[in-house]
Design a protein around this ligand. Structure first.
Ligand code: PEP
Ligand code: MG
Length: 756
């Protein structure tokens, strides 16, 4: 069964469009279960009817015509109950609904299971038999397993639309329906999609229109010849080392490469307007599908060879086209998974927005987008990435909605909202020089989060009172090896000098989790619970000490350095870190350096640190709450996993209580507490943090004036009153709704949605 299931899923994933995917499903399920009929009904989003979309067994002419509401027919019953219905004699059931055009009358046994995606019934999968016997348990569980596995693929195919003509590239048609993702960075962008992808992955290659098919065909021919040459030379090398039957594989490869179907079809697709890489992907997918459907198991296994050949041709094509990417004026970067490096490659004046299929609000690429003030949507799982290159798109970073080739009225509405956003941003600029003070005169310093040298100027001009979190890992990530002491010192000096005498908090290296160093790979099953942050640097004191020395040296004469320790989950880790810091300090004094001991802080971002906040606070000068990780660990929700992104919200009552506990514990030791996670830049959350008595907030520069607006419009007393209301609420949605209403009523609705 597992094998059947795996093959079915693979075939469906390769289908060119929804119709083809459904065709594969009904055919394969009918075969595997040896039933007389298999059909799929899908939910029509507008009418909420269940429409017959594909069948193997009923009359084909009824496809698209049989439609049932929740209150009618057995299909409606399955959908309404959201559970299987297994009957020995369907026509006798009071819900049975007869459609003469379907040719359904000879079938008695009926088994329908719902297809459910994200808790919503998106369709019903039905099998039917002549005989009058219920389906056995194995059949029921098989169908349930298939429906559960297919739900994502069907929902994705449905949401991402269809390709019109085989081999031609089609951009999605004008649409008023958005694709949903998660808010990544606030703001709205209208621009041209630029699809970026990991090289040497044939499945990741997008379609792209070419203006020069001849050049693309030449490139393809050259890549093909290069692969043939490679295979010939491999074949020679192995001629004496492999038995003849295995060596014959090379002949199969050569046959495939010479066959007109592979090369000819790719060239046809290029002539139809696709670029060589996109045309190759389509041809390889077609071939994979054909091989997979073959009865002969030897031929079926050739699928892997086809893919391997495709991959080889692709890598030659990509080597030949390693020219720098051209970015449209208003680039909206689109990809399955966008890395920090991909983002950094876009000229800043051209980057208008970011849309990623994976990730969520606190993924590091979203944090980077926010730092650059660029709207971002994350976790847009249904995005038709391969067909979006060059399409006009809207990215709404407040609601997480994406519109691909939007209809005119939607474009006009968003243009109006963007104009209002620009006005709001202009109005907010007036706050830059004004103090971050509540109505009752309390000063709450606002600091900036950063980690990119290039954005120091905007950070300095943003009105930030210092740097509350400098993520030192970015300079480590963009190099080919660990940066040395001098290199690091120069880097930190630049930051400290730019802000002196204002305080700067440099965090020690926090890699692991979703932040990898290309030259220090860490392979782990569960990286967020693994070797991360301080755990790595304590295991490698040579890395830690170099960094601390560089920080201390950089601070000479400025004395605005604060050092922050990430991922502390145990008091002993703090004790060991402090001992290394003192060691570095003593060494430098011995070397005759004129430096002072900086203030040291601990990040509270792990539940164990919440419960030991007092023990930690008494040993350091300040605490800084990393709500991105704290939320992830408290709620057991991976901060990068779009499948559970809806569960990730720092306004969850458990997170609010944890922060309150940290503030109370630190107060006992008279130590200040700051929040430096993304929560600090969320205007709704800022109200609560103010009420809790947080001493300072550190956030992306783009959020700074927005939060200042909130602070200047509230008194501590009012914030406290709002906090007490929230503390009795049990549900995060209720809390967010309530806080948003408070902002709207105070005339600050523009902070939480598009427009003013
Ligand atoms: C946090 O976890 O809240 C934090 C500020 O650190 P990072 O996002 O870099 O993990
Ligand atoms: Mg963190």
């Amino acid at each position: 069964m597992l094998d059947t299931l795996r093959r079915l899923i693979e075939e469906v994933n390769l289908a060119r469009n929804l119709e083809q995917a459904l065709g594969i499903i009904v055919r394969r399920v009918k075969q595997a279960m040896q039933v007389d009929v298999c059909s799929v009904y899908l939910t029509d989003q507008d009418t909420e009817y269940y429409v017959l979309k594909a069948t193997d067994g009923l009359n084909q002419s009824s496809v698209g015509k049989v439609r049932l509401g929740q209150e009618r027919g057995l299909v409606g019953l399955v959908a309404k109950r959201a559970e299987p219905v297994n009957l020995d004699n369907a026509p006798e059931h009071h819900r049975f609904c007869y459609f003469p055009e379907s040719g359904e009358e000879p079938y008695h046994a009926f088994l329908g299971v719902p297809i459910i995606h994200h808790r919503k019934v998106v369709g019903v999968l039905v099998v039917q038999q002549h005989g009058s016997e219920k389906f056995d348990e194995d059949s029921v569980t098989f169908l349930i397993t298939i429906a559960a596995q297919l739900a994502g693929a069907i929902a994705h195919a449905e949401a991402s639309g269809e390709v019109d003509i085989v081999g031609q590239i089609s951009t999605p048609s004008h649409d008023s329906r958005p694709i949903s993702g998660q808010p990544g960075a606030p703001g709205v962008a209208i621009g041209t999609a630029k699809v970026v992808y990991t090289l040497a992955d044939i499945n990741a290659v997008p379609d792209r229109r070419t203006s020069n098919p001849d050049a693309e065909i030449m490139a393809f021919n050259a890549a093909l010849s290069a692969v043939k040459k490679d295979i010939k030379s491999l074949s020679k090398q192995f001629v004496d080392r492999l038995p003849p039957e295995d060596h014959a594989l090379f002949d199969v490869y050569m046959l495939m490469l010479d066959s007109d179907s592979l090369a000819g079809q790719t060239r046809e697709r290029i002539e139809a307007g696709n670029w060589a890489q996109g045309a190759l992907r389509q041809t390889i997918h077609d071939h994979e599908r054909i091989f997979r459907e073959m009865e002969d198991s030897y031929m079926r296994e050739r699928v892997d060879d086809v893919r391997d050949l495709g991959q080889r041709i692709l890598s030659h094509l990509q080597q030949d086209s390693q020219r720098p990417l051209e970015y449209p004026e208003q680039t909206v970067l689109v990809g399955e998974e966008i890395s920090a490096a991909m983002l950094a490659e876009v000229p800043p004046e051209k980057l208008a927005g970011v849309i990623s299929v994976r990730g969520s609000r606190t993924s590091h690429v979203a944090i980077l987008a926010r730092a650059l003030g660029v709207p971002a949507v994350m976790g847009a799982t249904d995005l038709p990435v391969s067909r979006m290159d060059g399409a006009e798109v809207i990215a709404d970073g407040y609601s997480g909605r994406v519109y691909v080739t939007p209809a005119q009225p939607i474009l006009e509405e968003y243009r109006r909202l963007i104009d209002q956003e620009v006005e709001l941003t202009e109005e907010l600029k007036a706050l830059r020089e004004l103090p971050s003070e509540t109505l009752d005169g309390e000063h709450i310093p606002l600091y900036a989060n950063t980690g990119l040298i290039s954005d120091l100027t905007p950070t300095r001009e943003s009105g930030a009172e210092g740097i509350g979190l400098y993520r030192t890992e970015f300079p480590f990530m963009i190099r080919q090896r660990f940066p040395g002491e001098d290199e690091q010192r120069a880097n930190y000096r630049q930051v400290l000098e730019a802000f002196a005498p204002r305080p700067v908090v440099l965090r020690t290296l926090d890699v692991g989790g979703d932040k990898a160093l290309p030259y220090f790979p860490i392979e782990e099953e569960n990286p967020f619970l693994g070797w991360r942050g301080i755990r790595i640097t304590l295991d490698h004191p040579e890395i830690f000490l170099v960094q601390i020395r560089a920080m201390l040296l950089a601070s000479a004469g400025l004395d605005n350095l604060n050092i922050l320790l990430p991922m502390i989950s145990d008091v002993s880790e703090l004790i060991d870190s402090l001992s290394l810091i003192h060691q570095a300090y003593e060494e430098l004094l011995e070397e005759g350096q004129d430096i002072r001991m900086p203030k040291i802080g601990v990040m509270i971002e792990v539940p164990s640190a919440v419960y030991q906040a007092g023990n930690l606070a008494k040993r350091v000068d300040f605490l800084s709450i990393g709500t991105n990780d704290l939320t992830q660990y408290l709620l057991a929700v991976d901060r990068n996993n779009s499948r559970v992104a809806e569960l990730y919200d720092s306004l969850h009552p458990a997170v609010i209580r944890a922060i309150l506990q940290v503030v109370d514990s630190a107060r006992v030791h008279d130590k200040p507490v700051s929040v430096c996670g993304e929560m600090a830049g969320d205007p709704a959350a800022a109200i609560l943090l103010l009420g809790m008595g947080i001493h300072s907030l550190s956030m992306s520069v783009s959020s700074l004036l927005r939060v200042k607006w909130v602070i200047r419009n509230l008194s501590r007393e009012r914030a406290l009153a709002i906090l007490s209301e929230v503390l009795v609420m049990e549900d995060v949605r209720e809390i967010r709704r309530y806080l948003n209403t408070q902002l709207e009523e105070a005339g600050m609705g523009g902070l939480i949605r598009a427009g003013k």
